[in-house]
Design a protein around this ligand. Structure first.
Ligand SMILES: C[S@@+](CC[C@H](N)C(=O)[O-])C[C@H]1O[C@@H](n2cnc3c(N)ncnc32)[C@H](O)[C@@H]1O
Length: 273
């Protein structure tokens, strides 16, 4: 990633509100499933977690509240300020640290972490060599046996999102979608923030290939939302406890089904050092 594209990340998030995103719409299933997939493999507290690309601290503060020593880094100064503010609202369980940084150059020592979260950098880094640099850094800071969780956005997310979200027929979106499907390289020159910013959208196999290329064992390539994010009237289902559990149960049922993986908005790659 060159300086300009890091600037693009800072500009994009500077204009938005990452602190409330996970409480709205289908992002709620993203959050619930991400938490589930983290807890399924995370060693018991206290353990040391590096959240690289931790944004406004949603997962970092949640883990700190559960007794983990959590270090957050993010290149967006506004996110680091929001994470520090969220940390100060849980004085019994603050973050161990929160600082501006880049997942390709972690400030942490070798073999000092039990877990690394990369829930953002792998789709914002548009060059493969940068994504590999990020995974190599995660590998360096992990203790032997430590785990990395890397989130990718599916190559097919734009297609599904535009169909279900009602903007498939926007002529400005058509070339974005065409390039996403052809190359996985997402570029948004429309100025419409709903169409995201520069990113790389993965095929599931590309995530496992990159884990293996950086000396991780593949623990799992798992759908985060599965097809659940596409539910018509998502809020109604999510706000009904019975339907929410049914939705989560069917997503769990197909979470590793290769023929459905690409229908998830996000795919989690879990690797062990
Ligand atoms: C959609 S947000 C996700 C935030 C949070 N991890 C979550 O899952 O809700 C993506 C995050 O990745 C961060 N990011 C982008 N490029 C990065 C890089 N090179 N190193 C670390 N973080 C990066 C962004 O600043 C942003 O906070």
């Amino acid at each position: 990633m060159n300086k300009n594209s890091l600037d693009a990340v800072v500009d994009y998030y500077g204009a938005g509100d990452e602190s409330s995103r996970l409480r709205t719409g289908w992002f709620q299933i993203e959050q619930a499933r991400t938490q589930e997939l983290i807890l399924r493999h995370l060693p018991p507290a206290p353990a040391t977690v590096v959240d690289a690309g931790g944004g406004a601290g949603a997962y970092a503060c949640w883990l700190a509240a559960r007794g983990y020593q959590v270090h957050l880094i993010d290149p967006v100064p506004k996110h680091v300020e929001l994470a520090r503010a969220a940390s100060s609202r849980q004085p019994q369980h603050p973050l161990a640290s929160a600082q501006v940084g880049d997942a390709r150059h972690l400030p942490h020592g070798d073999a000092t972490a039990d877990a690394v979260l990369l829930l953002g950098p792998l789709y914002h880094l548009i060059e493969r060599e940068d994504r590999l640099a990020c995974l190599k850094e995660a590998h360096r800071v992990l203790r032997p046996g430590g785990l990395v969780w890397g989130a990718g956005i599916s190559r097919f997310a734009s297609l599904l999102d535009s169909l279900s979200g009602g903007f498939f027929d926007d002529p400005a979106f058509a070339p974005i979608l065409a390039r996403d499907l052809e190359e996985g390289q997402h570029r948004n020159s429309t100025g419409n923030p709903l169409y995201f910013t520069d990113a790389f959208f993965h095929r599931p196999g590309e995530l496992s290939r990159d884990l293996l290329a950086t000396a991780f064992q593949v623990v799992g390539i798992v759908a985060i939302e599965g097809p659940g994010w596409l539910a018509r009237d998502f809020e109604r289902l999510w706000n009904d406890p019975l339907q929410r559990e049914r939705l989560l149960a069917v997503v769990r049922k197909v979470e590793r089904e290769p023929s459905v993986l690409g229908a998830s908005a996000h795919i989690m790659a879990i690797g062990r050092k």
